[in-house]
Design a protein around this ligand. Structure first.
Ligand SMILES: [Cu+2]
Length: 157
């Protein structure tokens, strides 16, 4: 019996190790100000030697999932859809953070309560897909993304 369990573990482990190679998602969480929409934030790290691009996100938690960013239009910050995806350079990282890039979930299949989780599937094209669990946390402040000195940060001031 024990031998069978060990054999099963040996089969599963290599696949798990591979998933850790290259892209890593951390600090994923969701905010939702109303029962119909939510936004997800996270930091994507690329530990691999290949440039990757986040081309889309899917989730069972909403009817429509889009990549959005904030851009200034006529002196006002407005959300707009990102065309062409988000580049995650080899050895670099990109923060999806409040006031910037985010995953927009429209048409929530059910309203979210604090702590409710959802599964997001991130499509990185040739770099494969990554799944991440994100929970609703409307009280979260942006301290985890502090020191955002990346070059993905283009505020026009
Ligand atoms: Cu949005």
């Amino acid at each position: 019996m024990i031998r069978m369990i060990l054999a099963a573990l040996a089969v599963v482990t290599p696949a798990m190790a591979m998933a850790q190679d290259g892209l890593e998602i951390r600090d994923a969480y969701v905010r939702s100000a109303n029962p119909k929409t939510a936004a997800a934030f996270m930091v994507v790290e690329n530990h691999g030697g290949t440039d990757c691009r986040l081309t889309g996100v899917s989730s069972d938690a909403a009817e429509r999932v889009e990549l959005h960013t904030h851009a200034e239009q006529d002196g006002m910050m407005k959300m707009q859809k990102i065309e062409g995806g988000i580049a995650i350079p080899a050895g670099g990282e990109h923060a999806l953070a409040r006031g910037g890039d985010h995953v927009m979930l429209m048409g929530l299949t059910k309203p979210l309560a604090d702590g409710d989780g959802m599964m997001l599937t991130l499509d990185f094209g040739d770099c494969g897909t990554q799944q991440v669990q994100a929970a609703l946390d409307n009280d979260r402040t942006e301290e985890a993304a502090e020191g955002h000195g990346g070059d993905g940060d283009h505020q026009g001031h």
